[in-house]
Design a protein around this ligand. Structure first.
Ligand SMILES: Cc1ncc(C[n+]2csc(CCOP(=O)(O)OP(=O)(O)O)c2C)c(N)n1
Ligand SMILES: [Mg+2]
Length: 717
């Protein structure tokens, strides 16, 4: 197999110390205390990495990515921050947290696979680092849009924090990188992005990553100034980062630094670089080791002597050994921890699955509803669920106006509420759901963004991490797909992966569904993709009064919510809606119509069709508007079906592996004894949403719903 060879970096890099440790020009402008701290942190990181490798070889920790030979980049740059700033590292920048006094024992316990909650319990954080750290990012480049959002918060709120993020050379090929830079550029946000260029991305070298001369020049396209730095010279990295950070803090906007080093190590402990890399360069790079370089300078300048150097090493070794001992004392995580920090509240699903996990270990009957009976869990009658729309002054409005009024109400009552999206500003949204709000609240609260669904979600996550209550809009559900990266990696997972440290009080508004004779991709119903994902609540209103109360409740909730608006109903229905803000309870369905012969489970635009169908059959039809699709209101569903013995699920989305399939499976597992007929799904077909001439053939309506209800009613075993 041919092995790759990479070129040595050019001489255009900014450098303070020559490889032998002598100053290139003037004496560096760094005080002795900082010099010592830079040196001590790099040494600590090196000792830690060596120890972790030994633990990995012994099977005490799983896979490990080290920073050996590359310490100058994270250490030099993070040292440019000050208390209150923000740092978004990847797996390659462990030393960032070490510089700011992050706990070694917690880092080791994490590598040992302890769940974050167990670590918190047994190794509590006494004083967190004065710099704020996001969780370490594993999905490449996904931190960059979140960091942009964090920095946008300061740009929009006149804050004075600076946000620093890191990205590997290979990861600059990901869309998230450019989307994040572009947002930071447009909002002139105080974001400093460090490209940690170690010239390899696992086995792939630079020339397969880009045809550009440098990684730095990628910032050019986003209008962001950039600089290339010798990444093995911690003082050069530090000085360049300090300038960039100061500039950003002073309102100068974002900057990108490309710090060039070389990965002298394998990519991680599962990798063998010798298999694809010509190792002839290793000697050159080992001669340029960043710790040796700074050490030579410090010895020459008398900042440290030989005894002090030895003491630094001894101290690092002692600290790492002590941390390993403490981490070993953290007990193995309780399996129940896997359920922690997904959604707030007491859902049937979580309660049931927690109990199931416990019971399976004891060999209990797997068909048991482990939550106990409906009556035991909640003895309210179905009719009492879902809350009620309050009395008071009210106006007849359509659904899109109700959405707008809810947004208006929340913007007025809470300064941390901010709308974000494409066309949400002066034009008021393509459906006019934000009409007049830009004029009322200004462009810093009703924020038009670049055209990038993934960027919108990524920035919204970063803002939410900073405590903003963000309401991003994705223009059409059919154009949500580019945002799935941020949806899965950050939005749905941030609370869980941070052990509950970060809430994301985000409500993503997404107009969904067909029936408006639109063009391709403008009519999708992808709710099952969201419902399949843990960590997000999915809410879908069916009428103006429902939309206003549920949207306000979603915005006030601390979990991320996907708020699906049935756009076919935006202007076709009106209802008397209270003028003042109000909320309706999430996670509870609404009994639209009480009946005893058959249950129709439905939501959103299909509720109206279900009611029309029910009016047309000679039977007592119960219609449940589920309203929250994740977590599903399972108890109410089971209670209704147990009462009627028959069930139809009506939804607009495709059938296969849809929410109807899940409901059908739940009824089958926990209420099959009560069923007098198979469960019938009346849904869209398993095709791509058709063109507008044929959309009526695809979409379920009252007639198809009625046929389904009659089929179930007349079924005989
Ligand atoms: C989105 C995504 N794709 C793939 C991976 C698997 N992966 C982990 S590290 C890596 C290479 C990253 O290279 P680079 O950006 O240069 O960073 P380095 O590891 O060299 O610091 C890959 C492909 C991942 N973590 N995330
Ligand atoms: Mg790399």
């Amino acid at each position: 197999m041919a092995k790759w060879t990479e070129t040595k970096p050019g001489e255009d890099l900014y450098r303070v110390l020559a490889p032998d440790g002598s100053p290139v020009d003037d004496q560096p402008d760094v005080d002795d205390e900082t010099l010592r701290r830079l040196y001590e942190t790099m040494r600590l990181s090196r000792v830690y990495d060596e120890k972790m490798l030994r633990l990995q070889r012994r099977g005490e920790i799983s896979i490990l990515s080290r920073s050996v030979g590359e310490e100058a980049i994270p250490v030099g740059s993070v040292a440019a921050l000050q208390a209150g700033d923000w740092c978004f590292p990847t797996y390659r920048q462990t030393p960032t947290k070490l510089y700011w006094g992050g706990s070694l024992a917690r880092a080791v316990a994490g590598l040992m696979g302890a769940e974050p909650e167990t670590v918190d319990e047994h190794l509590p954080v006494e004083d967190g680092p004065p710099v704020n750290f996001s969780p370490v990012y594993i999905p490449l480049a996904s931190n960059v849009p979140n960091a942009a959002g964090s920095a946008m918060t300061d740009a929009l709120d006149d804050g004075d924090a600076v946000t620093l993020s890191y990205i590997g050379d290979g990861s600059t090929s990901e869309g998230d990188f450019y989307e994040g830079l572009n947002f930071a550029g447009v909002f002139d946000a105080p974001a400093v992005t460090v490209v940690h260029n170690n010239q390899w991305a696992i086995s792939v070298p630079r020339h397969r990553q880009t045809a550009a001369d440098t990684y730095a020049q990628k910032a050019e396209a986003a209008g962001i100034p950039h600089r290339r730095v010798d990444g093995n010279d911690v003082l050069a990295v530090h000085e360049a980062a300090r300038e960039a950070v100061e500039r950003a803090r002073d309102g100068g906007g974002p900057m990108l630094l490309e710090c060039v080093t070389y990965r002298v190590d394998d990519h991680n402990t599962a990798d063998d670089a010798g298999a694809y890399r010509d190792d002839s360069q290793l000697e050159y790079w080992r001669d340029r080791d960043p710790i040796d370089r700074l050490e030579a300078y410090l010895l020459a300048e008398g900042v440290l002597d030989e005894a002090a150097v030895e003491a630094v090493e001894a101290d690092a070794t002692e600290r790492v050994e002590a941390a390993v001992e403490r981490a070993r004392e953290v007990p193995t995580s309780d399996p129940q921890r896997i359920f922690d920090n997904h959604l707030r509240g007491d859902s049937w699903t979580e309660r049931h699955q927690r109990a199931e996990l416990r019971a399976e270990r004891h060999g209990d009957n797997p068909f048991v509803d482990y939550t106990g009976s409906w009556a035991a869990a909640d003895d309210r009658p179905l009719a009492a669920l879902g809350g009620s729309v309050p009395d008071g002054d009210a106006t007849e409005v359509n659904l899109v106006t109700a959405v707008r009024d809810a947004l208006d109400g929340e913007l007025a009552r809470d300064d941390s509420v901010r709308l974000l999206g494409y066309d949400v500003g002066p034009i008021g949204g393509v459906f006019r759901a934000t009409e007049g709000l830009y004029e009322e609240y200004g462009g810093d609260r009703v924020v038009d963004t670049p055209l990038s669904e993934n960027g919108i979600l990524g920035a919204a996550v970063g803002m939410a991490m900073r405590g903003e209550r963000v309401v991003p809009e994705i223009q059409f559900m059919g154009f949500f797909y580019p945002a799935f990266g941020q949806f899965m990696y950050s939005l749905a997972k941030m609370r869980e992966r941070s052990g509950g440290a970060f809430d994301l009080p985000l409500t993503v508004r997404v107009p969904y569904g067909g029936g408006i004779k639109s063009s391709e991709y403008h009519s999708e119903s992808t709710e099952s993709l969201f419902v399949h994902t843990p960590g997000v609540r999915v809410v879908c209103p069916s009428s103006p009064a429902q939309a206003k109360g549920l949207l306000a409740a979603s915005i006030r909730h601390d979990d991320p919510v996907m708020f699906l608006e049935p756009k076919a109903k935006y202007r076709t229905q009106t209802e008397t809606v209270p003028d003042d803000p109000y909320t309706l309870p999430l996670d509870e369905p609404r009994l639209v119509r009480e009946g005893s012969d058959v249950t129709v489970l439905t939501w959103g635009a299909m509720v109206e069709e279900a009611v029309a169908a029910a009016d047309g059959v000679a039977a007592d039809v119960e219609v449940l508007d589920l309203r929250t699709l994740s977590p599903l209101p399972v108890e109410a569903v089971l209670a209704s079906v147990k009462k009627t013995g028959r069930c139809v699920v009506l939804h607009e989305a495709r059938r296969r592996v849809g929410v109807g399939a899940e409901l059908s499976a739940l009824v089958n597992e926990y209420a099959v004894d009560h069923l007098e007929a198979p469960i019938k799904r009346v849904t869209g077909y398993d095709v791509h949403f058709p063109g507008h001439q044929t959309e009526d053939a695809y979409l379920p309506d009252a007639d198809r719903a009625r046929a389904g209800i009659e089929a179930v009613l007349s079924y005989e075993y």
